[in-house]
Design a protein around this ligand. Structure first.
Ligand SMILES: [Zn+2]
Length: 296
């Protein structure tokens, strides 16, 4: 488990804070459990929107201790009201929710369903292995397609985007054209959890492309870019091209065997995404998973 040596609080805009852990310089995280393999080795960032003594926490991070760290940080900033929104049901996004068990916790109906269905296995550490998340605190309020909230003077829209997982919730701030993308977008490449629905995911990302977007903040990405300018809208195109290339790779062996840097050469050269070596493992698993989905 993390020792918080590489946990950092990032001040991103006047109202946006990032809580980044993992991907430390010269640190080798194992792939021995879901925290290391799925989150810390790649880097993971939760966010909080803060205004006028209120905060919206977007994902509760990889452990209860992380959730408490987020809460302490917000307390120091004189936040007195916290609302939690879960981007989707995957463990690295919900493990710290117990630190917010007295707050309103909002998620898509599909997120609640997935968490309820897997609750026993998550709490015993048998779904993806240890560490167990105990207690798993469930959402207290659900929405379907879209929900508008106010955090102080900020308008925040929760939008259901079925990319990466069918239960995805992104946050869109219309006044700043800012998108908190959860795992619907990822740098270096998307982790393909649901290979059967790639066509639907591509459509969902196409709809997202139609939004006015200035800055994008994914939950897994390069801390330098997150802390710098944020990502550009072209991160959507990069993720779409990657998913399409995965589809082609099931039919064309010479594409399947390309090194990752060549597999995503276009988006890399355009500067839409950045190469990070631990994504080699993610890419290899994606290829296998997408191939299996075709064979089935
Ligand atoms: Zn994730």
């Amino acid at each position: 488990m993390t020792d918080f040596k590489h946990f950092r609080v990032l001040r991103l805009t006047d109202n946006l804070i990032g809580f980044y852990d993992g991907r430390g310089e010269g640190v080798a995280y194992g792939t021995d459990n879901w925290v290391n393999a799925g989150a810390l080795s790649l880097g993971i960032c939760s966010y909080a929107l803060v205004d006028e003594g209120e905060a919206l926490v977007y994902d509760t991070h990889v452990s209860p201790a992380h959730g408490e760290m987020i809460r302490r940080t917000l307390h120091k900033m004189h936040v007195s009201k916290i609302t939690v929104v879960l981007s989707h049901w995957h463990l690295d996004h919900v493990a710290g929710t117990c630190a917010f068990d007295d707050c309103e916790i909002i998620a898509n109906r599909l997120t609640l369903q997935a968490l309820e269905k897997n609750k026993a296995a998550i709490e015993t550490g048998t779904l993806h292995g240890p560490p167990a998340i105990h207690p798993l605190v469930l959402p207290t309020r659900i929405y379907e397609d879209q929900l508008t909230l106010h955090v102080g003077s900020l308008e925040v829209q929760l939008r259901h985007v079925a990319a990466h997982s069918r239960d995805g919730t992104v946050l869109y701030l219309p006044d700043e054209a800012l998108l908190l993308a959860g795992d619907t977008l990822e740098d270096t490449v998307s982790w393909v959890a649901e290979p059967d629905t790639i066509p639907e995911q591509l459509e969902a990302l196409d709809r997202m492309w139609g939004w006015e977007i200035e800055k994008v903040y994914p939950n897994h990405g390069d801390p330098m870019i997150i802390e710098g300018t944020g990502y550009r809208k072209t991160l959507i195109r990069a993720n779409q091209q990657y998913l399409r290339s995965l589809q082609r790779a099931t039919r064309e062996e010479d594409i399947a065997t390309l090194p990752l840097k060549e597999f995503i050469a276009g988006p890399l050269q355009a500067g839409w995404v950045n190469y990070y070596e631990p994504y080699e493992r993610v890419h290899a698993e994606n290829l296998a998973r997408v191939k299996m989905a075709v064979v089935r």
